[in-house]
Design a protein around this ligand. Sequence first.
Ligand SMILES: C[S@@+](CC[C@H](N)C(=O)[O-])C[C@H]1O[C@@H](n2cnc3c(N)ncnc32)[C@H](O)[C@@H]1O
Length: 433
Amino acid sequence: METWRKQPAATRRLPSLEGCCCRFRVQRHWQWQQMIEEPLGVHAFCNQSGLPRFHAIFCPEPGEEEFLGCFETPEAAASAWDARAREAEWPVANFPQDEEESQTLLLDKFTIYRSRGFPYPPSDTAWRQEQLKGLLKVNLTELWRSEEQVDYENSADDLCWSFHPHGFEVSKTRHVSKAGPVLKPSALETFESNAGLMKSLRTCVERCGDPSCSPKTVREECRFHDDSMVFQGGGSWIANFPALVAAALFRRFAPGGVVYDPCAGWGGRLLGARLGGVKKYIACEPSAQTFDGLQEFAQLLAPLDVELHPCGSEDLDLTEQVDMAFTSPPYFNTEWYSDEQTQSHIRFPTVEKWRAGFLQPTLSKMAAAVRPGGHLLLSVTKRRSHRRAGLDLEADVQQMVSELGLVQEPTLRMQRAGSADARPIYVWRKRKT
Ligand SMILES: C[S@@+](CC[C@H](N)C(=O)[O-])C[C@H]1O[C@@H](n2cnc3c(N)ncnc32)[C@H](O)[C@@H]1O
């Protein structure tokens, strides 16, 4: 697809701009009018000598900024941004070239979304059944790039969110101050702020190549952005484990078997169990709202036998032996699913307490539930904020599970097509004797 972006018309506004040309990070905040008028990724400045300068900033992932350079002309900055967008295979396209037309388009979409409200995924039974029918046709074998690499495939996310509209109200932790956690705005809060909605609409067009600003793209962009006047992601991108990947894993490690998921979350692994041909899915989920959503989801997934427990996984001793235990646990306090006392990071509020009170017992109960010869799988990734707080989830889970006597097998990688970002899935086998 052809990559194109509107050339910035920033020069005429320069006399009113403040700030200086900094080397790595743009400090200037946008004004409301600039949000509407200026294209994504190019920021205009006066440097200390009063000369106009243009930074190209690319945001490959929520909260991440890549500084592409400081340029003398807006065109040069825009073309650096274009080149980077092409390299990342962003389908940037079709923004009206006429400035007035593009502003009208954004303002029209803004008015429509303001009057309609947040674009939740559909929740009617016919739509859900249709989605499931389509997903059941996916060839899971084709997701495996190699023995150890599986494609990150998240096209089933909407069906999961359809049962969990409250997921759009969940916030990620920005940082933890002495007074407590400082949270990022949820997708709903970003949508409700004018800056957040306008940024999301703009990136629907410029980043995602969707000039129609479809409900799906708008809600994804509201998860990406925060509600500030800066174009840098920073929103609450709440992850759902991709159901098709879960299905490929279940098909490989427990075809027709019984599986246990101690932290069910948004239902990616529940749906994966149905798609991967599992006979019975057992899970814990302590959040009352999420538990209700999963119960409703389970009704769609017959003939899958579903057994859900409304409690923390640190408290559940399964009596049934399972072929595979698999989860992606909460990453301590990274995401604030609810304020209930049963949430692992609320019940165990320090890293040390959480490790000893939640992580260790959850892993040992998973290991105890697996039959001899069965498998235990975990999807965890590193986070910079955790390392600062003394938590290295990847190292911790590897040490804990190995100490439980399970044999570690080659780590699998879940990789987005065309991206260098590969997430590990750790695998262990329980000895037969
Ligand atoms: C599955 S985890 C992490 C998200 C992950 N990226 C995913 O979807 O696979 C999220 C879930 O863990 C749940 N949770 C929180 N505390 C828990 C606990 N003590 N035991 C089990 N699950 C818990 C939360 O309510 C939330 O729904």
